[in-house]
Design a protein around this ligand. Structure first.
Ligand code: DC
Length: 223
């Protein structure tokens, strides 16, 4: 039976968004990348001069800031629009400063509670591909299909490196690899909702697969 809710979890740069978006398009489902909400909170803190290490202030901010994630309104490579207080901050959420601080704010219990609640409300409507770290374990434990998309840190860093070079920018592979490993460590060792596959998740390792092959594998599971 075709799954109505698909949870797609995995570490940073494992290809979740690329594959998730393709699956959502093929099934005519909503694509919802929950990572952008944590990025929006990190951006909002930095923008207001709030220290990301200040758990109380960041939690209050997450509880009070209207964050909206909508289908992409522009064809500029974005997978969705991210709005904070109605301001489009889609590309700001991809800045190196947000990259460096997002794992810290995503580890706060209060931030997770505020964001998970909104994510669950959207997920429970069904017809959704929801991408994140804890969708199968916490946000939608009843999801019809749970995929954990994995890849080695080296392969994920190589993909990030290739993306940056393809945009004509400079990149340092060793530095990217160190950052990927650091985010993995924070995401998987935090106390609340650490990154791990749900017991009933299908684990897909994409080290030797391209995005089309992973897409096809998951589509086969949806047939
Ligand atoms: O997938 P991403 O790189 O955009 O995620 C950004 C951060 O948010 C990352 O540190 C993990 C965290 N995150 C999370 O803790 N739970 C989610 N459901 C999605 C993302």
């Amino acid at each position: 039976m075709k799954p109505k809710t698909i949870a797609l979890d995995g570490p940073a740069a494992s290809g979740k968004s690329t594959v998730g978006l393709k699956i959502a398009k093929a099934l005519n489902y909503l694509f919802f990348d929950t990572g952008v909400m944590y990025r929006a909170v990190a951006w909002a803190a930095l923008n207001k001069g709030i220290d990301p290490k200040d758990e109380v202030a960041v939690t209050t901010l997450a509880e009070e800031t209207p964050i909206d994630v909508r289908p992409a309104s522009q064809n500029d490579g974005r997978t969705s629009d991210v709005l904070v207080n109605e301001q489009d901050i889609t590309w700001q959420t991809r800045s190196p400063e947000v990259d460096a601080n997002v794992s810290t704010v995503a580890a706060y219990a209060g931030v997770r509670a505020a964001l998970s609640k909104q994510q669950r409300r959207i997920g429970e409507r069904g017809n959704v591909v929801m991408v994140g770290r804890d969708i199968g374990t916490v946000v939608l434990p009843e999801a019809d299909l749970k995929i954990y998309l994995d890849a080695s840190a080296e392969e994920r860093a190589r993909r990030r490196y290739d993306e940056i070079i393809a945009r004509g920018e400079l990149a340092d592979y060793t530095e990217i690899l160190a950052k990927v490993k650091q985010r993995d460590h924070i995401d998987s060792t935090r106390d609340v909702a650490p990154l791990r596959p749900a017991d009933d998740a299908v684990i897909v390792n994409s080290d030797k697969l391209d995005a089309d092959q992973v897409f096809q594998m998951i589509m086969d599971m949806c047939a």
